[in-house]
Design a binder for this molecule. Structure first.
Ligand SMILES: *[C@@H]1O[C@H](CO)[C@@H](O)[C@H](O)[C@H]1NC(C)=O
Ligand SMILES: *[C@@H]1O[C@H](CO)[C@@H](O)[C@H](O)[C@H]1NC(C)=O
Ligand SMILES: *[C@@H]1O[C@H](CO)[C@@H](O)[C@H](O)[C@H]1NC(C)=O
Ligand SMILES: *[C@@H]1O[C@H](CO)[C@@H](O)[C@H](O)[C@H]1NC(C)=O
Ligand SMILES: *[C@@H]1O[C@H](CO)[C@@H](O)[C@H](O)[C@H]1NC(C)=O
Ligand SMILES: *[C@@H]1O[C@H](CO)[C@@H](O)[C@H](O)[C@H]1NC(C)=O
Ligand SMILES: *[C@@H]1O[C@H](CO)[C@@H](O)[C@H](O)[C@H]1NC(C)=O
Ligand SMILES: *[C@@H]1O[C@H](CO)[C@@H](O)[C@H](O)[C@H]1NC(C)=O
Length: 666
């Protein structure tokens, strides 16, 4: 019996692995190439790329040289961006074919434009040192004209730097050198490369490894047209100049006088691998693959049935969702160890109930690496987190970059938040000495912006994403602050998918949350709801406005034990703004301050049915709905909670204004 179970368990966990493997092998056998398509370059895309020199990504485009700053700052710059997957260009004398089509935009500053931009095939992913100015990031004075350069480039040159250069507006084909073997002026096509933002140019570079021809075509705008190539290079055996494996991408430079922005807006690359020697026509592979797949599916369905019958399937890494496109990426443990200095204490950013967070450096990009405690719950949390936040995208949520599960290590990799978390600013000002922050007290404007950001994130989680997500642990230390002090909600360790129709979940009560932020009914039901999130949001609003901890213990509040009671009392005395953080020294917006505190109180109503929805809260903050009134006495907590129709109080769930029948000043 035991053995049978074990065998079955083996089948179930390995069948999906096996199926995937077979599928991959056949896909690899049948397909003869691969491609990537970037209709734009959104945030996160840098994971696919290797970026060196002064290149970076901003405004959804590759900026191969800088696009900001004053003219002094962008002089003498050079950069390179290549795809992180090198391609196999040739093997045993056979050459691959490719099509690299991209949209470029070059805008000058005042003065002459320069120096140029190039599409490259290169052994080296990194831009050579000192390849600014005339060198276009292709070669430098040392490597020019030598086979050490190991590069082939199609240059879009905007400055006549040498006598050999045709003019200041030409396309050239270069091998290991800045001098072009072939070149043609774009004047003939009526195009000016550096004509600014109004002129986008589509370039199509097609190389046929069978006929050894490279065709270079250019078109005005963002579409491939039908015009004949401007350069057609016959008898070009790229294997003579380049190694088998090469990187593909772009390089560019600016000069000491001539400067410009060098942008790539779109890039489509298809690559036909060396699949030409197969003995059978392609359809034979397809028929074989399909028939094997069909029979495997049969086995898969049967295995799935058995797996389904078995209760409590053990979790394996194959239960993690496979993301397509831009999404969380799987990292190797050794890379994350290297990035964090082997989880060095010096890199520690913070500790929480679910593990320690470290600052890491992944190829120059700062990240936050969360090392999830390896408890039985650890894996569950990891899965919850990857499934939950991997599919969420919002400007006020911390983005999950990737994850790693090796041995007993569970790691999550997030965007690095420059200003850490809200509690650092509210409570631990001493720790942030040495930061470039003029004023370590958060200004009122920043605070108001933060609470609006949190409200937007929660409204998105509760009402706007495909499946409702509860955060379950809203508190100051889970509100991250980015470089511009925007609130970014993090730590979904406790968040779990929660389908709208689901009535109950666990039978065991596990109270999750942080004391001070937990709604009273949570202690009785143990069940997180949108209303318990709203309660925690209310506490956060009070904490942010007053600069106090949820359970305040200072001279101001001798009689009160919690922030809600204290603010409630001040509100009933019509002096709610007395609660505002004294560190602000009175510089705050009176109307906004009152709004934030009263809204906070409304969210902290002991009766969950009386709390506003996040949608309503957001409307109030945006000035689209009126501020709810709160009773002068804090209502008592009654359970089960009376439904709103049996009370005289106003109901604002759903954000409906019409339910306010009598609005009065208490
Ligand atoms: C090259 O790729 C572009 C973009 O995908 C496409 O529009 C064009 O037709 C391709 N050219 C050739 C010759 O296949
Ligand atoms: C040119 O680039 C090569 C290779 O990157 C490097 O070794 C060399 O030092 C560079 N030359 C100069 C003058 O920077
Ligand atoms: C390029 O220059 C940097 C800094 O000057 C140096 O650390 C690096 O080794 C150089 N790279 C090469 C390939 O010479
Ligand atoms: C670069 O190398 C080529 C040889 O490929 C040579 O003719 C040319 O003069 C060199 N350019 C400079 C500026 O050194
Ligand atoms: C192309 O036009 C530019 C600007 O009018 C001019 O400087 C250049 O000489 C022209 N090129 C050729 C090859 O005529
Ligand atoms: C250059 O841009 C201007 C608008 O800024 C446009 O009218 C003109 O046609 C463009 N010239 C070329 C050759 O693309
Ligand atoms: C060029 O592309 C940019 C960025 O996508 C776009 O904003 C601009 O309108 C385009 N220019 C023209 C003339 O189509
Ligand atoms: C290159 O262009 C020429 C002329 O239009 C055409 O005959 C040839 O088929 C093209 N070759 C490739 C590989 O696109």
């Amino acid at each position: 019996m035991k053995i049978q179970q074990a065998v079955l368990a083996f089948h179930c966990s390995s069948s999906s692995k096996f199926l995937l493997l077979v599928l991959l092998i056949f896909v690899a056998a049948v397909s003869q190439g691969w491609c990537f398509n970037y209709p734009n370059f959104p945030r996160g895309i840098e994971r696919d790329l290797i970026i060196t020199g002064e290149a970076y990504i901003v405004h959804d485009a590759l900026q191969v040289t800088m696009d900001i700053g004053n003219t002094e700052q962008i002089k003498n710059r050079y950069g390179r961006i290549v795809h992180n997957n090198p391609i196999r260009l040739w093997k045993k004398g056979r050459l691959a074919s490719f099509n690299s089509t991209f949209v470029l935009n070059v805008s000058p500053y005042s003065g002459p434009p320069g120096e140029g931009l190039a599409f490259i095939l290169s052994q080296d992913s990194k831009v050579p040192n000192n390849s600014m100015g005339q060198w276009l990031g292709i070669v430098n004075a040392t490597t020019n004209g030598t086979s050490q350069a190991s590069i082939v480039a199609v240059e879009f040159d905007t400055k006549k730097s040498f006598a050999e250069d045709l003019d200041n507006n030409h396309v050239g084909f270069n091998i290991n050198s800045i001098n072009s073997k072939h070149q043609t002026s774009l004047n003939n096509s009526g195009l000016v490369i550096s004509n600014g933002t109004s002129t986008n140019i589509t370039a199509m570079i097609v190389y046929d490894g069978d006929t050894k021809t490279m065709n270079i075509s250019v078109f005005r705008g963002k579409k491939v047209g039908t015009k004949a190539p401007i350069l057609s290079i016959p008898n070009l055996d790229l294997s003579q100049y380049l190694p088998e494996m090469v990187y593909v991408g772009f390089s560019a430079s600016t000069g000491p006088v001539a400067i410009e922005r060098n942008c790539i807006l779109e890039w489509y690359f298809t690559f036909d691998e060396l699949g030409k020697e197969s003995k059978f026509p392609r359809w034979v592979y397809i028929v074989v693959a399909v028939s094997i797949l069909v029979s495997l599916c049969g086995i898969g369905v049967a295995a799935g049935y058995f797996c389904y019958k078995r209760k409590q399937r053990p979790l394996s890494s194959y239960d993690l969702p496979i993301f397509t496109g831009v999404g969380p990426k799987k990292f190797k443990l050794k890379d994350l160890k290297a990035a964090t200095g082997n989880f060095n204490r010096k890199n520690e950013l913070g500790r929480g109930g679910f593990g320690i967070v470290y600052k890491g450096n992944l190829e120059g990009q700062f990240v936050a690496v969360k090392r999830v405690k390896d408890t039985p719950k650890g894996m569950q949390n990891l899965i919850a987190e990857v499934t939950t936040i991997g599919s969420l995208h919002h400007k006020n949520l911390v983005e999950l970059i990737g994850w790693c599960y090796e041995g007993s290590e569970l790691l999550l990799v997030y965007e690095y938040m420059q200003h850490r978390s809200l509690d650092t600013f509210l409570y631990c000002n001493d720790e942030i000495i040495g930061w470039k922050i003029e004023d370590k007290t958060l200004s009122w404007t920043k605070r108001y912006n933060i609470i609006c950001g949190v409200a937007q994130a929660l409204d998105y989680l509760h009402n706007e994403c495909l499946k409702r997500v509860l955060h379950r642990d809203i508190k100051a230390s889970n509100i991250m602050l980015d470089a511009e002090f925007n609130a970014r909600l993090g730590d979904f360790g406790l968040a779990r998918m929660f389908k709208l129709s689901e009535k109950t979940h666990h039978s065991t009560k596990e109270i999750a949350g942080t004391p001070g932020y937990m709604a009273p009914e949570l202690f009785l039901t143990g069940k997180a709801t949108t209303e318990t999130d709203v309660f925690a949001f209310g506490v956060l609003a009070l904490v942010l406005a007053t600069g106090k901890k949820p359970g305040i213990q200072d001279e101001l509040s001798e009689s009160s034990t919690c922030i809600i009671d204290w603010v409630w009392e001040l509100n009933s005395l019509d002096s709610v703004t007395d609660a505002i953080d004294p560190k602000l020294k009175g510089s705050y917006d009176e109307r906004q301050a009152k709004q934030m505190l009263v809204l906070g109180l409304a969210c902290c109503h002991p009766n969950p049915n009386m709390r506003p929805s996040m949608g309503y809260v957001l409307q109030v903050l945006l000035g689209e709905a009126i501020l709810p009134t709160v009773s002068s006495e804090k209502p008592a907590f009654v359970w089960p909670a009376p439904s709103p129709s049996f009370t005289n109080e106003h109901s604002y769930s759903g954000g409906m204004l019409s339910t306010f029948s009598s609005i009065n000043g208490r």
